[in-house]
Design a protein around this ligand. Structure first.
Ligand code: ZN
Length: 78
């Protein structure tokens, strides 16, 4: 079942289906799934990716400290 987690190393929100070890799509760091906070869980990968998008947007709105690449991604997705 897909879950939404946040990488403890680079703080990137992302979806994962890993059972034990979650590997970050951004910084490649591997973390035991049991050590991660699960933000959202659903049978639907679509629902999970929506949550990832919302979390990123919320983070941007509150902190506004994304890197340049993420900023442009955010702008394009609006
Ligand atoms: Zn990471």
């Amino acid at each position: 079942m897909p879950i939404v987690i946040r990488c403890p190393s680079c703080q990137e929100f992302q979806m994962s289906t890993a059972q034990k070890i979650v590997k970050c799509i951004k910084c490649n760091k591997s973390t035991q799934r049991q050590n991660l906070k699960i933000f959202f869980q659903s049978d639907s990968p679509q629902a999970c990716s929506e949550v990832v998008k919302r979390l990123k947007e919320e983070h941007f709105r509150v902190h506004g400290n994304y890197g340049e690449d993420d900023f442009f991604t955010y702008e394009l997705n609006k």
